[in-house]
Design a binder for this molecule. Structure first.
Ligand code: GLY
Ligand code: MN
Ligand code: MN
Length: 470
């Protein structure tokens, strides 16, 4: 490729710049700015929780210097970036949440008697550098100001240092003692398992995420009429949930699934470009992520016109029965795997009752058969928290084969999906997909349905839709 007069290709984005570069201008723009007199923030109530989590990491890896990077922001295309979101392990161990400065690194030094933590980040740049006006990626005039080292120390009660010191400080440490999250499987596994049981702060945040998500679902119901009049009605529904999340100052924990009609049979349908037709069902799987980065994960399957047809209700009630069977047995001491088997028994029974496979229910439930799974290929639930699929790097014996413990939060989300071309089911079932997904907290004797305020029974859904629509 030829290099032309406008210089290296990587720097070509600057080719459109009209920014003055004379030293007189740089001196002028750097002068006459009042000093920031904002008082230091108060210590966040989460600081003590995060310190406890860091102490647990230090205890697990004594003699090591543990490095946990928040990650850089990710390019979407050219110089446009995705909205920044730090790594969940970093979020858990600092609880800096949505305010995290991209590229930050947490270091937990467990080499001495009492562990010490340091948070390295790119602090605010002074007006004596040209960053604030000349750097469109991180400059204050372009993307907003960053906090200073003292501010973050006051907020999170953690020692802070400039990211400029990080490489130098790390170079002074014996390499064999460094444990980096990006390289150590043992560390990845540990910090994932550390999130299996939620503390009281996390439970509070999850309740906030759920409450905000319920508002999102109400806005979805309000949007349905408009959605039916648009060729891409699913996008209208997706936007309604997002609008509610943003209006409350929040974000989403994952891309919203707005799946109307046969699209509901595509488990993670996020293209959302289909129509929303009266008479069809619409499956909405969506969750609000709050400032602390905890997210809900909720699914409701609703009749677009506000009333379930006979066949829709029959499928819906089968899924509800599977969910309720799990609700009835989930409590400390039962295993995750047992919950799945409980839901599967109902799914196997229902699909047998409808005559969709030849053998018996018992045969279908045998590991080598699993005929009923044709219509529910996904799991019955997953841990939920900072990540929608939380604790995903936990060992199988700590997750799938582990017993439930008080403080765990997970989803219960059975479903049934009959594809439009499925020759094993009668025509009237084809194109119907139903999932009901709730978020639950394990208590002393059972589970608390955090999303229980959103109606689940057909008649409650119909009454709620009528009320919300007005
Ligand atoms: N929203 C993805 C899931 O339910 O697992
Ligand atoms: Mn889920
Ligand atoms: Mn979901």
């Amino acid at each position: 490729m030829n290099k032309d007069a406008s210089g290296k290709l990587a720097a070509r984005n600057e080719a459109r710049s009209h920014r003055p570069t004379s030293s007189a201008f740089i001196k002028y723009i750097g002068s006459s700015w009042a000093a920031d007199k904002t008082p230091l923030p108060k210590k966040h109530k989460v600081a003590a929780f995060a310190a406890k989590r860091r102490a647990a990491v230090a205890k697990a890896f004594p003699g090591h210097l543990i490095v946990i990077a928040a990650g850089e922001s990710k390019p979407r295309s050219n110089d446009a970036e995705y909205r920044y979101r730090p790594h969940s392990a970093f979020a858990h161990l600092t609880d800096w949440g949505s305010g995290t400065v991209a590229g930050s690194v947490l270091v937990i030094d467990a080499r001495g008697k009492s562990p010490k933590s340091t948070l390295y980040f790119r602090e605010t740049a002074g007006k004596d550098t040209d960053e604030f006006f000349a750097n469109s990626a991180i400059g204050e005039f372009w993307v907003g100001s960053r906090p200073g080292l003292k501010e973050v120390k006051a907020l999170l009660d953690i020692n802070t240092k400039s990211i400029r010191d990080f490489e130098k400080d790390l170079a002074a440490v014996d390499k064999k003692k460094i444990l980096d999250l990006e390289k150590s499987e043992a560390l990845v596994e540990f910090v994932s398992e550390l999130r299996l049981i939620k503390d009281s702060y996390e439970i509070e945040e999850m309740k906030k995420a759920v409450a905000a998500s319920i508002k999102g679902f109400e806005n979805v119901v309000k949007s349905l009429k408009k959605a039916t009049k648009h060729p891409r009605g699913e996008r209208v529904v997706e936007a309604a949930f997002f609008a509610a999340a943003r209006t409350d100052g929040n974000d989403l924990g994952y891309e919203t699934i707005a799946a109307s009609g046969e699209h509901a049979c595509t488990l993670h349908w996020i293209i959302n470009d289909g129509p929303v037709k009266p008479g069809d069902l619409i499956l909405i799987d969506a969750g609000v992520e709050v400032d602390s980065l905890y997210t809900a994960d909720v699914t409701r399957t609703l009749p677009v016109n506000g009333k379930f047809s006979k066949i829709q209700k029959e499928v819906y009630l089968a899924v509800l029965e599977a969910a309720d069977a799990v609700f009835a047995m989930a409590k400390p001491g039962v295993t995750y795997a047992e919950m799945h088997r409980t839901a599967m028994k109902v799914i196997a029974e229902k699909t047998k009752k409808w005559g969709f496979y030849k053998g018996s229910v018992e045969e279908s439930l045998q590991l080598e058969n699993q005929w009923h799974r044709r219509w529910m290929i996904h799991g019955t639930g997953h841990h939920l928290g900072l990540d929608v699929h939380d604790c995903a790097q936990a060992r199988r014996e700590m997750y799938h084969d582990a017993v439930l413990k008080e403080g765990m939060i997970f989803t219960i989300e059975p479903g049934l999906y009959f594809h439009k071309n499925d020759l094993l089911v009668p025509k009237e079932f084809r194109g119907i997909g139903v999932r009901i997904e709730d978020d639950v907290l394990v208590t002393k004797n059972g589970v608390l349905n955090l999303t229980g305020k959103l109606p689940r029974k057909p008649k409650d859904i119909e009454a709620w839709m009528k009320k919300v629509r007005g």
